[in-house]
Ligand binder design. Structure first.
Ligand SMILES: Cc1ncc(COP(=O)(O)O)c(C=O)c1O
Length: 395
């Protein structure tokens, strides 16, 4: 915390918002054109965005939805899980990953993470398999690919389906293959802080076209294929309800932003990679844990730059560190408190943080610092200065 007489690194009116998206004129113009077109809901721009995303991922097709949470829910519903079926996921993830399993009527089972990669530890996954295990749900944490060779080997041995939570992993690759194309489904997020932002939004990839078609129907009330076209210029189309579905469709207004965000996905990745390297160089030597470098043969999406603040080394606890950064007018995040720290899961499933020691420790020490492609050189220097100053005060 800046002490008395200490001035914050940035002024209050220049507060550096964590994860602010880099929105440019092209998005603004496309949104205005969408508004003027009179077609705000699901329509031609969503179709364009789906096609562009599928091409970027080298997939045959993609289905746009209104969040990654929706994508995860639809993917799991399409697996036709039965009550009591178990789905194994990581203890270090956003609550949406676990909630999707619950809402699909299955039982979530957590496995611990590897302390360096912060991704699902395949050894612990193996330990958690029971005769009721039906699926694995790896999360490519911070944009770093999971050990897909090991996880797919486990899935193959036990006949498990795989749903990849790619909320952080649009640009991620593992041994030349793109994240979201390993599993039965890949689920992506375009939430405001994500690498491609549409405000709210998500995308589904599926290995089998019929699975994607089923998820699409479930995502639009369970109405028969292409029901969104019913008010189009081809004349009114009747639809049939073939399932009890949900309202998870993306709007053209969101796709208008996404189309142009996706055009800059690689340029933005390069900018974040440069910031990442700058943080690595500038923060090395401070009493902090820095993220591990990318593994050979992989591409990290550089979605989050996570520090580990161990009070014994840093002289300041994680929560005090968060407060100090905020007092310097730098926005920070926590990704994430381990899932068993939350009361609902503890009370419902009897989970205890100590049973997932790596996720517990990381969750209690982690701090994400800004990594948006929007950051200027001065912004990055301010973040470094604020981290350095915060640790000096901790000594
Ligand atoms: C790992 C992970 N999974 C799922 C989600 C849910 O994404 P959305 O906000 O698009 O529903 C998030 C979003 O923060 C996430 O970080």
């Amino acid at each position: 915390m800046p002490g008395p007489g200490d001035s914050p690194i940035r002024r209050r009116e220049d507060f550096l918002v964590f994860g602010a998206p880099a929105i440019e004129e092209a998005e603004i113009e496309e949104v205005v054109a969408t508004l003027r077109s009179g077609w705000l809901g699901t329509g031609p721009r969503v179709a364009r965005f789906e096609q562009a995303f599928a091409e970027y991922k080298g997939a045959q097709s993609a289905a746009a939805v209104n969040s990654c949470t929706a994508a995860l829910h639809l993917a799991l519903l399409a697996l036709d899980l039965e009550p009591g079926d178990e789905v194994i996921t990581t203890a270090l993830t956003f609550c949406a990953t676990v909630n999707a399993i619950i809402h699909a009527g299955a039982k979530p089972v957590l496995a611990d993470v590897d302390p360096a990669t912060m991704n699902l530890d395949p050894v612990d996954v193996r330990r958690r398999i029971t005769p009721r295990t039906r699926a694995l749900m790896p999360v490519h944490f911070a944009g770093r690919p999971c050990d897909m060779d090991a996880l797919l080997a486990i899935a193959g041995q036990h006949g498990l389906r795989v749903v990849e939570d790619c909320a952080h992993a649009i640009e991620t690759e593992y041994r030349g293959r793109k994240a979201g194309t390993f599993g039965d489904f890949g689920c992506f997020s375009f939430y405001v802080t994500k690498n491609v932002a549409t405000g709210e939004g998500g995308m589904l990839l599926a290995r089998r076209e019929e699975d994607l078609a089923r998820a699409k129907v479930l995502g639009l009330h369970g109405m028969s294929k292409d029901a969104w076209k019913r008010f189009g210029d081809e004349g009114y189309k009747h639809y049939q309800v073939v399932d009890a579905g949900f309202k998870y469709n993306m709007m053209d207004l969101q796709a208008a932003i996404g189309i142009h965000q996706l055009e800059r996905v690689e340029a933005n990745w390069r900018r974040r990679e440069a910031i990442w390297k700058r943080y690595d160089e500038s923060l090395r030597g401070l009493p902090l844990g820095l993220p591990a470098g990318p593994e050979a043969g992989t591409r990290h999406a550089h979605h989050l730059y996570t520090l580990l603040v161990d009070e014994r080394a840093a002289g300041i606890g994680r929560d005090a560190f968060l407060d100090a950064m905020t007092a310097h007018n730098i926005g920070v995040g926590v990704h994430y408190l381990a899932i068993p720290e939350h009361p609902y899961y503890r009370e419902t499933f009897g989970w205890r943080p100590e049973d997932y020691p790596n996720a517990m420790r990381i969750g209690r020490q982690t701090v994400s610092i800004p990594l948006s492609p929007k950051l200027s050189e001065k912004d990055v220097a301010d973040v470094v200065a604020a981290v350095t100053r915060t640790l000096e005060r901790g000594r």
